[in-house]
Design a protein around this ligand. Structure first.
Ligand code: FAD
Length: 378
């Protein structure tokens, strides 16, 4: 049986972030992934993710502020641009969205983060690309940007290995057990012993916890999809001209400027609850595509409403959409992280830092106190 200081289970954005920091802290780390790093069956694949400080909740804004320098440090270390400056817009133009955008403005003001509130008229002068309703308004945040998602995951994995981490792909963890001061991890190929295990298994988390005899997390899996639309050569929709944006309304919409493949647009929580992460993997839903087309037609003058292509992706959603990041009750050698609920990617390298801190010291300076729900409930 091989031994390590720590075993990290699942090499999506969170597992790669944790392995990167632990390896950098000179720990002997094994990162196990059931598929290949960068696969498209989980939550971390694709061209882009929104990075923003602009949150209604202070804790997440603070966590984003703590995380940005860690992305920048990784960029320095690996010599790649991972976080593109784009600025961000939070938009509301009906009563269902006003409260959240007001709250975003309050949070940014409280934390001293740069932002500008735009009336519908000011918005229209500056961003004629998008049709905002006459009673609407928006907040522009220059600190928002775009994480190049696939490159981020690969960069964290690559740098974890450079710092001495071992990564095994195509190795499925079937069980993890805590026996006092150490853990045993059993896979389809081998057994490992370590001081602690970090479970970053995304939508598969409850399968592993249940198979290991631990209580499952209160999460549901949602299959989401995003689509790309042709910007018809309109340079006003390209990076530098058009920011990332979130449109707060009953059905929250979000999107990105054209990075070369068209503008990417999605609905937050438009998806379908599924029982197993493999269910209908990669199958696009025509009704959802149609709804996105209708939205594009209503809101963008210069975008072709016929989707070019799309992709599916999984949300692992808690009841209140807060993350769960904590040691298992009564088994402190196993730390579980479910930082998804559709908004976790931006924090991956910061959550990786927090997971490494929890594994090494049992505490962290990262703003995750609100996510430590398992031991708080004991
Ligand atoms: C459509 C969409 C849009 C999003 N947009 C944004 C955004 O703009 N901004 C943002 O911040 N966030 C966004 N998110 C959320 C973000 O992408 C997720 O929070 C994040 O990717 C979750 O990463 P993860 O590592 O927890 O999960 P995953 O990436 O799913 O990683 C879990 C890994 O564990 C592996 N695994 C599971 N079980 C086992 C096992 N037993 N043995 C070995 N390996 C195992 C899996 O194969 C997988 O690779 C979006 C998500 C989606 C789906």
């Amino acid at each position: 049986m091989q031994t390590f200081d720590f075993v990290v289970i699942g090499a999506g954005a969170m597992g790669c972030g944790a392995a990167y920091h632990l390896a950098k802290d000179r720990q002997r780390v094994l990162l196990l992934e059931q598929f290949q790093i960068g696969h498209a069956r989980g939550s971390s694949h694709g061209e882009s993710r929104i990075f923003r400080f602009a949150y209604p909740q202070t804790e997440y804004a603070q966590l984003a502020m703590q995380t940005k320098p860690l992305w920048q440090a990784l960029e320095e270390e690996c010599g790649q641009r991972l976080l593109l400056d784009s600025g961000g817009l939070d938009i509301a133009d009906d009563p269902s969205g006003f409260a959240q955008v007001n709250q975003v403005v309050n949070t940014l003001s409280k934390l001293g983060a740069r932002h500008e509130v735009l009336s519908a008229a000011q918005f229209g002068e500056r961003f004629a690309q998008f049709r905002i309703g006459p009673d609407g308004y928006a907040v522009y945040s220059p600190d928002a940007g775009i994480l190049r998602a696939d490159q981020c995951v690969r960069a964290m994995a690559h740098m974890a290995v450079r710092h001495g981490s071992t990564i095994h792909e195509s190795e499925v963890v079937s069980r993890v057990h805590s026996d006092g001061d150490s853990v045993e991890v059993i896979t389809n190929r081998d057994r490992y012993r370590a001081r602690k295990a970090i479970v970053t298994a995304g939508a598969w988390v409850n399968q592993l916890l249940a198979a290991s005899g631990y209580p499952v997390l209160p999460v549901r899996i949602e299959r989401e999809q995003v689509a790309y639309f042709d910007a018809r050569g309109d340079r006003n929709l390209s990076l530098g001209q058009w920011p990332v944006w979130i449109h707060y309304r009953r059905q929250i919409a979000y999107g990105f400027p054209d990075l070369g493949n068209g503008v990417k647009v999605g609905f937050h929580h438009a998806g379908h609850y599924i029982n197993h992460p493999d269910e209908n993997c990669g199958v696009l839903d025509d009704g959802d595509l149609q709804a996105l087309s209708t939205y594009i037609r209503e809101r963008f003058a210069n975008v072709d409403p016929t989707p070019r292509n799309g992709l599916t992706c999984l949300y692992t959603v808690t009841p209140d959409e807060d993350f769960i990041i904590d040691a298992l009750p009564h088994s402190p050698s196993i730390i579980v992280a479910s930082p998804c609920s559709g908004h976790g990617f931006k924090f991956a390298i910061g959550i990786g830092r927090a997971l490494a801190d929890l594994a090494l010291h049992g505490t962290t300076a990262m703003s995750i106190a609100h996510t430590r729900k398992l031991t708080a409930a004991c």
